[in-house]
Ligand binder design. Structure first.
Ligand SMILES: C[S@@+](CC[C@H](N)C(=O)[O-])C[C@H]1O[C@@H](n2cnc3c(N)ncnc32)[C@H](O)[C@@H]1O
Length: 239
């Protein structure tokens, strides 16, 4: 699969095969990788000064296939920053991307990118306002409440991810943008591997919300061979 085509070359577009080779870091980030590929593939301008919020181990940096002048990545996790590529044009900041003072100090960018990270912002409207003041263009991929929807339905747990319809409205009120909502299904050989994936992938936010008894029931009774993911893609310009 080429970088640009993302999921499109997959004949069964949103159903991805779960690799049985257990244990590797990348395996547990299959969806985030696909998301980053699609996000980068949807950028048609060629921004030269880029800020990546929640840059992680460098998925976005590694996918950029045009010449750039500077790349600034912010991530609060030191283990992720440690895995990020280094280079003269790269500035890595181990920090909270909602630290507005820090953002103010960074100056102006051609594009602010964020892939699979903004769903954790504690005040997304405020952060988006600030982003709008510091860049010409934006490209975001944000996990939404259709993610793990069967689990939430079965357990009655409160979903912490944003509602895709509301998020779309919010983004369209702040940017001249194109929004697209994608649903993915990731197939697993059994229910235990699904819950292991949730734990290791980081998509769930890492908080433990279920009792052991409830987790056991889920593993026994979860009805599908797949987990669901919903991601909102937004690419556009500041107003
Ligand atoms: C699922 S990973 C995605 C990483 C990368 N963007 C990618 O596409 O592979 C989300 C990243 O966001 C970071 N993150 C979440 N909330 C953050 C915050 N408030 N400030 C800085 N980093 C944050 C996490 O540490 C994590 O590395």
């Amino acid at each position: 699969m080429t970088k640009k085509s993302g999921l499109r070359e997959n004949h069964n577009r949103h159903v991805l095969e779960f690799s049985r080779r257990a244990g590797s870091y990348s395996e547990h980030n299959i969806i985030q990788k696909k998301v980053a590929q699609k996000l980068i593939g949807s950028i048609t301008s060629r921004p030269r000064r880029i800020l990546d919020l929640g840059c992680g181990s460098g998925a976005i940096h590694d996918l950029i296939d045009w010449e750039i002048e500077s790349f600034t990545g912010i991530d609060k996790a030191d283990q992720m920053c440690a895995l990020h590529p280094r280079g003269e044009h790269i500035t890595l900041l181990q920090a909270d991307f909602e630290d507005l003072k820090l953002l103010k100090s960074l100056g102006h960018f051609d594009m602010v990118i964020s892939s699979s990270a903004l769903q954790w912002a504690s005040n997304l409207p405020r952060l988006l306002d600030h982003i709008a003041s510091m860049t010409d263009e934006v490209a975001f991929a944000i996990f939404c409440d259709g993610t793990f929807e069967t689990i939430y339905r079965m357990t009655g747990m409160e979903q912490f991810l944003p509602k895709s319809t509301q998020l779309r409205k919010l983004l369209e009120s702040k940017f001249a943008c194109r929004c697209e909502i994608e649903r993915y299904r990731l197939d697993f050989p059994n229910n235990i591997s699904k819950f292991r994936y949730i734990k290791r992938s980081g998509v769930s936010g890492g908080e433990r919300r279920l009792s052991v008894k409830e987790t056991r029931r889920l593993i026994r009774e979860y009805p599908h061979s797949y987990l669901e993911f919903e991601v909102l893609f937004c690419v556009g310009k500041t107003l």
